[in-house]
Design a protein around this ligand. Structure first.
Ligand code: FPP
Length: 274
């Protein structure tokens, strides 16, 4: 018996599904309502990228900065309104001092180098996380970037540094508890909106899509409250290899999902033809 030649299916960049469009063509076909308002990214795998090449971990972080640049450009191009990047967790202080200092240096110099350019492009910068404990250089760069871009209305880039969701929630609880103890707040008035207003992300819509690179499939103390209904996309490549096409593929995957928020259907359920 001879096999009849079959047309080989084109796989997506994650090699997990067949696709009929290139990511850029796919982006043109995603209807506006299916583009997420807020994409948050756990940029994982810098260390593995470097070690796999016989390099020190900091080389992976350096390469990771290039992926940050590509991703910011892709987010602007796609029409996403908010992009959150998890750059340094409150647990990352457990790493060797050289690596911690190297990451802080990379964040500070990235902001210093890109700030004027991003400001011209009407982008806004905001930091979430605990400022206490950050070094003066990175703190100065973040403070300047926030002040300079405060009134911008384009892509809103949120950088999570020294951030941990449990710490963020505990801090919100402390503020609310203090108000109750002072008699300024009735405990029965505490609802989900009020809790959200006491988080670092106050004013920022919840992420619609959380992307994590490196193949790990967990949230690692990232936006535990805010990501309650986020769609999760796990990408089996390390962060330094992440590119524009992968970003668009992730948006395509998001657009194919049917978000129900506990209900039974959503208008997005119809948007499956791409
Ligand atoms: C996770 O990979 C990555 C980090 C902890 C640091 C991320 C920092 C950057 C990409 C640099 C600059 C950031 C900005 C916003 C300019 P990992 O080291 O945990 O990788 P591993 O799991 O393979 O060890």
């Amino acid at each position: 018996m001879t096999c009849s030649p079959t047309k080989k299916k084109k796989l997506c960049r994650f090699n997990c599904c067949s696709v009929s469009n290139t990511p850029s063509a796919l982006m043109n076909r995603i209807p506006d309502p299916a583009v997420p308002t807020h994409v948050a990214i756990i940029m994982d795998g810098n260390g593995r990228w470097a070690i796999g090449r016989g390099l020190g971990r900091i080389f992976g972080h350096r390469k990771g900065v290039e992926a940050v640049r590509r991703t910011v450009d892709a987010a602007r191009e796609s029409g996403v309104r908010y992009l959150t990047l998890f750059a340094f967790s409150s647990e990352n202080w457990r790493r060797p001092a050289d690596e911690v200092n190297g990451i802080m240096e990379l964040i500070a110099s990235f902001i210093e180098r890109e700030l004027d350019n991003y400001h011209r492009q009407n982008m806004r910068f905001q930091m979430i996380g605990e400022r206490h404990g950050l070094g003066p250089k990175v703190l100065a760069a973040l403070t300047r970037a926030e002040a300079q871009t405060r009134d911008n209305t384009g892509l809103h880039v949120v950088v999570a540094i020294n951030y941990g969701a449990r710490g963020e929630l505990a801090s919100a609880m402390r503020v609310l508890a203090r108000k109750v103890a002072e008699g300024a707040l009735d405990p029965d008035a505490i609802d989900e909106t009020m809790v959200g207003e006491h988080l670092d992300t106050f004013g920022i819509p919840d992420p619609d899509l959380v992307i994590r690179t490196s193949g790990e499939q967990r949230l690692s103390n990232f936006m535990l409250w805010q990501a309650a209904y986020a769609e999760l996309v796990f990408i089996p490549c390390n962060w330094p290899d992440f590119d524009r096409d992968m970003f668009f593929e992730a948006l395509g995957e998001y657009a194919r999902r049917n978000r129900r928020f506990g209900a039974v259907s959503s208008p997005q359920a119809a948007l499956t033809d791409f």
